[in-house]
Design a protein around this ligand. Structure first.
Ligand SMILES: Nc1ncnc2c1ncn2[C@@H]1O[C@H](COP(=O)(O)OP(=O)(O)O)[C@@H](O)[C@H]1O
Ligand SMILES: [Mg+2]
Length: 277
């Protein structure tokens, strides 16, 4: 396993004196390649601060941030743009596409290898967009795309330079439930099949279906006391405490609902057969 993002004792204080806001307080966080970590927590918990520090867009007050073994907190302001472009892909709630450019130009524009018009850049962008189901939309302007398509263009752009780390801030917040689910499945595929580390900040409980892990941020710290497990029926990540539970072959299983629990009880062996761990 390789650690893609490692944050150690990260603190962020906005302002000073009486007006100081401690947005992050001594935060440790790791994510490996191939994992999807969903960061949840109430408004004001520090989620956006956490993500912007992880993405080298904001400098922490103290602590270290390493991306693929490079300590980015030791780099100068001048060196950071290269790190952002080459090692990190961002996906935003509001897509942030350039309206005057076609879908494919939005992707090639950020490519660091060769010029955006070079055959290499165009080929790589087309390949990515085909993979994301956008093969028929390469030349479309953003205003002619649906929300789900726009977010898939944004995902292609995030992958353009083949970064190890993908950071997404509420990527499904502006999408209907079907498109939201498609985007989440894509993010999961990107982690599992392309072996990227994917961090998603989300209020959307449907992200539980694709999470390897959920991290709860509250008052600027991750809660270490919330144990989670995967519902063996629907594959959602659920909190151990307070969820319906059932023991089978000396292991406890936890469920998102009594419906999943009942399905499991009816035939545990079948429910466990062939399910990913
Ligand atoms: N630029 C800023 N200046 C001052 N305070 C800020 C700034 N950005 C965020 N905060 C404060 O830091 C805390 C965490 O904010 P944020 O990271 O946006 O949380 P979340 O994304 O979980 O809602 C909040 O109390 C917020 O008001
Ligand atoms: Mg936020």
């Amino acid at each position: 396993m390789s650690t893609v993002l490692r944050m150690t004792q990260v603190t962020k204080t906005y302002g000073g004196g009486d007006a100081a806001v401690h947005a992050l307080d001594d935060v440790d966080f790791n994510i490996e390649a191939g994992e999807v970590v969903v960061v949840m927590g109430p408004s004001g918990a520090g989620k956006t601060t956490f993500l912007t520090i992880a993405g080298a867009l904001l400098t922490p007050t103290s602590g270290t941030v390493e991306i693929s073994g490079v300590n980015i907190t030791a780099l100068s302001e001048k060196e950071l743009p290269d790190v952002r472009r080459e090692r990190i892909g961002f996906v935003f709630q509001s897509f942030n596409l350039l309206e005057a450019l076609s879908a494919i130009e939005n992707v090639t524009l950020v490519m660091t290898e060769g010029s955006p018009k070079s055959r290499g850049a165009v080929n790589r962008a087309s390949e990515l967009m085909n993979m994301l189901g956008l093969g028929h939309r390469l030349k479309s302007l953003p205003r002619n795309l649906s929300g789900g398509e726009k977010q898939r263009v944004a995902i292609a752009r995030a992958l353009a330079n083949n970064p190890d780390l993908i950071l997404a801030d509420e990527p499904t917040a502006n999408l209907d439930s079907k498109r939201g689910r498609e985007v989440m499945q894509l993010l999961r595929q990107i982690a599992f099949e392309m072996h990227k580390a994917v961090v998603i900040v989300s209020h959307d409980h449907r992200t539980r279906e694709i999470a390897s892990r959920i991290a709860w941020l509250e008052d600027g710290t991750f809660r270490p006391d919330v144990a989670t497990d995967r519902d063996p029926v629907c594959q959602r990540v659920v909190e151990v405490q307070g969820s319906p539970a059932f023991s089978y072959e000396s292991r406890s299983y936890y469920f998102c609902s009594t419906q999943c629990l009942e399905l499991f009880k009816a035939d545990p062996a079948q429910q466990l057969a062939g399910k990913r761990q």
